[in-house]
Design a protein. Structure first.
Length: 157
């Protein structure tokens, strides 16, 4: 499952990717996912089947040929969506999960966070938050949040 395995990504006219590997069946409609830490975007990219199973881990995108990198960069640009949380209205903790109601740079959002580990502290002070559906949100540094937002999340930290 490492990048030392030879592979090729083929993009069809609809933007879907097929993973081809020597001696294995083609994997159609694969997905690309960045792995943590998100602060190192050229490292640890997972190629996954449509049902989420990891097929291949690319340890460093910089080691790939230009054509493969271009396909990956194009796919990620069109499929990555990381809204920035601008205000936290409230976080309701119940039944072992957190229900977040926030304002983002893309409009209002409501989402559920399953595990405390899904809130990641990033090296520059920001937070990465992964919701129950696998979407990732970015939260500003605590000292950049308004008082209401800081108060809404202080019990979580």
């Amino acid at each position: 499952m490492s990048q030392h395995e030879s592979f090729e990504l083929i993009e069809d006219e609809m933007g879907r990717l097929t993973l081809q590997r020597a001696g294995k069946d083609d994997s159609k409609d694969v997905r690309l996912r960045r792995a943590f830490p998100w602060s190192h975007p050229a490292e640890h990219l997972s190629i996954r089947s449509s049902d989420g199973k990891e097929l291949l881990l690319i340890e460093d995108l910089r080691s790939l040929d230009q054509a493969t990198r271009a396909i990956i960069d194009r796919w990620l640009a069109s499929h990555s969506f990381i809204p920035k949380i601008t205000r936290v209205e409230y976080v309701d903790v119940r039944f072992g999960y957190q229900q977040w109601n926030v304002q983002t740079d893309r409009g209002p959002a409501e989402f559920r966070v399953q595990e405390r580990e899904d809130i990641r502290f990033l090296p520059d002070g920001r937070f990465g938050i992964k919701d129950a559906d696998g979407n990732v949100y970015e939260l500003k540094r605590l000292d950049e949040l308004d008082p209401h937002s800081r108060h809404a999340i202080e019990a979580l930290l």
